[in-house]
Design a protein around this ligand. Structure first.
Ligand SMILES: Cc1cc2nc3c(=O)[nH]c(=O)nc-3n(C[C@H](O)[C@H](O)[C@H](O)COP(=O)(O)OP(=O)(O)OC[C@H]3O[C@@H](n4cnc5c(N)ncnc54)[C@H](O)[C@@H]3O)c2cc1C
Length: 388
């Protein structure tokens, strides 16, 4: 029988290889990776610490996946955060929980996560061919085509990632391979990306470097409130960064695409206290201190408007664009999920091809949800190869 071939040695492809070979010990499984090592992008994740998953229920995880989260219900139920945690604990890589239920390796080293996956792959006997760039596929003759050779396959899993940080290997070839198999690709946009503003205070760097815990960013379509996101925020020399800005970027980019004009947002720097309580506070200074409102912000707001407490609750900003793909954590867009069976990750167009990971039209917030999605779809794809 021809081998099972997986293209891409990121988290989704590595987990798919582990899943196939764990279930079908006698099958020949080949993992093709264009780079000279496995998991290049993964080693850079979480600031080099890799936020592997989030210790949450399936429904909660889905609520942090704004694009096609529901598509993942079956795969997350099949292989979810608790399975991921168990996998690493039983492969000598214990994890620890941090704020927002985020799970990291106890060692704080992303490379330990990659090593645990790579070791399992070698122990199971998966054949890993590095420096193997797949340039094409022939879905009729079931062949994978490299620059200098080709392989026949029994079943093919495409795990080639999105198009962010292309120097790590994911350059969008996978989308072309999917199209070759008859699939459609949605428009590719950056996701989880910092926001650019030309507002004067940004231009003048007045508030640059201020960071905030759990502030609320409100995104407006014209004057209509569309989304509110509460998380940490950072004011930078170009605009806004930090989890609240990254999460808001998904909705802001959709509006920028739709309307082609700047998007209005407001920031509530103190969401836990309403305006009435703020205005009538007996010890305002102490209240602002307890809520970690920096003096630099208060002084700036006072200069803008004597009624500065209103501004503290609803500070207006205009977002013109984002920092684009070079600064994006994830790709919004990919293989149309309607063309893939969510229970098996098999293509509905070609029964001998499956997809997993970021090559699919799925994007999650930062917080461990993208790698969770990659592991979950990878595991499910591997378990459900077509051997007929
Ligand atoms: C800076 C940064 C930090 C991040 N931090 C986190 C985090 O902490 N937690 C989290 O959940 N998510 C994080 N993400 C997102 C996460 O890294 C990705 O969503 C995840 O790696 C996707 O996994 P994947 O296996 O689908 O793709 P990738 O990890 O991109 O792997 C795809 C692999 O396929 C290979 N490949 C591509 N085309 C071919 C081809 N034609 N032939 C052969 N091989 C090919 C590539 O070389 C690559 O190794 C981060 C992203 C970035 C950019």
């Amino acid at each position: 029988m021809d081998p099972i071939i997986i293209i891409g040695g990121g988290p989704s492809g590595m987990m798919a290889a582990i899943s196939v070979k764990s279930k079908y010990k006698n099958l020949d499984v080949i993992l093709l990776e264009r780079s000279k090592v496995l998991g290049t992008k993964m080693k850079l994740t979480g600031g080099g610490r890799c936020n592997v998953t989030a210790k949450m229920s399936v429904d909660e995880v889905i609520s942090y996946i704004p694009k096609n989260g529901k598509f993942l219900f079956s795969s997350l139920t099949n292989y979810g955060p608790l399975d991921i945690i168990k996998f690493f604990e039983s492969n000598h890589t214990p994890l620890k929980e941090e704020d927002h239920s985020r799970m990291f390796p106890l060692s704080n080293k992303a490379v330990d996560i990659v090593d645990a996956l790579a070791l399992k792959i070698y122990q199971l006997g998966v054949k890993v061919y590095l420096n193997s760039y797949v340039v094409d596929i022939d879905p009729i003759n079931k062949e994978v085509i490299l620059e200098d050779k080709q392989y026949k396959y029994q079943h093919l899993i495409i795990a080639t990632g999105g198009i962010t940080l292309p120097q790590t290997g994911s350059d969008g070839t996978g989308h072309r391979l999917a199209q070759k198999a008859g699939h459609s690709i949605t428009k590719l946009l950056p996701a989880e990306v910092p926001l650019v503003s030309n507002d004067q205070f940004i231009h003048e760097k007045t508030l640059q470097g201020l960071s905030f815990k759990d502030v609320t960013v409100n995104v407006f379509d014209g004057t209509k409130l569309k989304h509110s996101i509460t998380h940490d925020l950072l004011i930078t020399h170009f605009g806004l960064s930090g989890p609240a800005a990254l999460r808001a970027s998904f909705y802001i980019l959709n509006l920028l695409e739709k309307e082609n004009k700047p998007v209005n947002i407001t920031i509530d720097f103190i969401p836990k206290v309403n305006l009435h309580d703020l205005v009538h506070s007996k010890d305002l200074e102490e209240l602002l201190k307890v809520h970690q409102i920096p003096k630099r912000l208060v002084d700036f707001l006072k200069e803008q408007n004597p009624d500065y407490l209103k501004l503290l609750k609803s500070f207006p900003m205009t977002i013109y664009t984002t920092r684009g793909f070079p600064a994006a954590f994830v790709t919004n867009g990919g293989v149309v999920v309607k063309e893939v069976d969510p229970k098996t990750m098999r293509s509905k167009i070609n029964a001998y091809i499956s997809f997993c990971g970021e090559v699919l039209d799925i994007n999650a917030y930062t917080g461990g949800f993208n790698i969770t999605s990659a592991f979950s779809t990878g595991y499910t794809a591997g378990e459900n190869i077509n051997l007929e």
